[in-house]
Design a protein. Structure first.
Ligand SMILES: [Ca+2]
Ligand SMILES: [Ca+2]
Length: 482
């Protein structure tokens, strides 16, 4: 039997539907071991100013962006030595916000002597245009000079991408197809300080906008570009238009990874519920803001504040997931919306019904109820191949960092590395915000980078104001003798 491209696509989608079942949240404070058997914890480096994207380089160093310090840094995991590869003076970081120096991708030919010692980064820059959104995002290429250990010769390959203080996403990925992938979040529109700004995750660029280089409608999308920033000829044509948009309808996809067989897995952050694990397919719609998690009318409805009767006011009560908005705000239930391109998540973290109590008394201190909400704030994802030296039983797992729970979730995939099996396994509990994860090539060390500040979670499930290892790289080493 021959499978064409269409049926190869149809099989996973059909199976996703068959697997659809609620991923129920554990109660706040449900115990998670700090270390599973045969693991040791060691702090590799500290003093990092908000690591954002992190990769293992061919030089055996951990390469990372420091969002706040606006630089690209190399850390030698053998001795913790920190070497700055470049300070990016023209990057913009807004204190306590989500912009700065963010995405990082290494060219697979880096240090291979092929003349392609390229490192790609995403950063916020001042557009000089003023207004409420004066900044933009650029994708920049540097060339690594191994002698001086510096990144030089910057070239901006794509400029003018939207930027704001919220939901940058900013995962940069070098694909097996020699293309760059970049997730660009919904910029926090329709919530908090951007409550009255319409969410654009469902709005696609027009032909005229693409021709004019207007990237306004790239927010809430996953982009795919050639290495010079141009639009690949084989990008999907969506609603009649070919652009950098590869997939759309995302909220804040901070984690993306290709599996060894080329599947693109991604996380998305939900509002009060329904963080997601997605399988990203070209030209598909991931539903935000019309759907959070599965299309189940449970725990979420889309309240569009920008369309409030009598005008949106920034101080309108926007709590409770669109379930109890002010009367003036129009609400669309998930089932009232449809799109043939919509894809449900593989898994949610977590799903609840409409009677769920979002004000759990465990989190009553200082009204920090969101710490108890059934979300994990997924921030990165790694594919665990396993193999001879690896942790037994972990072959073909996804490792997902949680910012708010101080936990690394392991999601076991089926032997083909396609679909999740069972519940996610929480690991390595601490009062930290786990930002990034990479795995050593032998599968025996898991490196996790942590945020420098903001709230973690205590063992009892409420807000932790003091982080155990701020701005650090932690190694979790599997130590069982073979
Ligand atoms: Ca979704
Ligand atoms: Ca839902």
């Amino acid at each position: 039997m021959r499978f064409g491209a269409a049926s190869a696509l149809a099989v996973p989608l059909m199976l996703i539907g068959a697997l659809a079942k609620a991923d129920l949240p554990p109660a706040p404070g449900t115990p998670v071991p700090a270390l599973p058997p045969h693991f040791e914890k060691a702090v590799v480096a500290t003093g990092l100013a908000n690591p954002h994207n992190m990769m293992l380089g061919p030089d055996g160093h951990i390469w990372l962006t420091e969002q706040i310090a606006k630089r690209i840094t190399r850390v030698d995991p053998r001795n913790g030595k920190i070497t700055v590869a470049v300070e990016i003076a023209d990057a913009v970081y807004s204190p306590d916000q989500q912009d700065g120096v963010l995405g990082l991708a290494l060219h697979p030919d880096l240090l291979k002597g092929k003349g392609r010692d390229y490192v790609y980064v995403s950063l916020t820059y001042a557009s000089g245009q003023g207004g409420e959104f004066p900044n933009r995002t650029a994708i920049r290429r540097y060339t690594y000079n191994a002698k001086t250990q510096k990144l030089v010769s910057p070239v901006d390959i794509l400029k003018g991408l939207p930027s704001a203080h919220d939901h940058q996403s900013a995962r940069l990925l070098f694909g097996p197809d020699q293309k760059l992938y970049y997730s660009i979040g919904d910029q926090g529109r329709n919530q908090l300080s951007y409550l009255c700004q319409p969410n654009q995750a469902q709005l696609l660029p027009t032909e005229a906008e693409v021709k004019a280089g207007n990237r306004e409608h790239y927010m809430g999308k996953i982009l795919r570009m050639n290495l010079d920033g141009s639009i690949p000829a084989d990008n999907p044509t969506i609603h009649g238009v070919k652009s950098h948009v590869y997939a759309w309808g995302i909220r804040n996809t901070q984690g993306m990874v290709f599996s060894p067989t080329g599947k693109l897995f991604a996380t998305d952050q939900g509002p009060n519920t329904d963080d997601e694990l997605n399988l990203i397919l070209p030209g598909r719609n991931y539903g935000w803001p019309n759907v959070a998690g599965r299309k189940d009318d449970a725990g979420y409805a889309y309240a569009n504040y920008s369309a409030a009767k009598g005008g949106c006011k920034g101080d309108m009560d926007n709590a409770q997931n669109g379930l109890k908005p002010p009367e003036a705000v129009p609400v669309t239930r998930e089932s009232q919306w449809s799109d043939p391109d919509f894809v449900e998540p593989l898994k949610t973290f977590f799903s609840v019904d409409n009677n769920f109590n979002f004000n759990n008394p465990v989190c009553a201190d200082k009204n920090l109820y969101y710490i108890c909400w059934p979300t994990i704030a997924p921030s990165s994802i790694a594919y665990y191949r396993g193999g001879k030296q690896g942790v037994p039983g972990w072959e073909h797992s996804l490792l997902i960092t949680s910012l708010k729970r101080g936990v690394l979730y392991r999601v076991q995939l089926d032997p083909t590395g396609t679909l999740p099996l069972g519940n996610a396994e929480p690991l390595f509990r601490s009062a930290n915000r786990y930002r990034e994860v990479v795995v050593s090539p032998d599968g025996r060390t898991i490196y996790v980078a942590t945020d420098t500040s903001h709230l973690g979670t205590t063992d009892t499930g409420n807000a932790a104001f003091k982080l155990d290892n701020p701005g650090s790289i932690i190694a979790f080493k599997y130590s069982r003798a073979k």
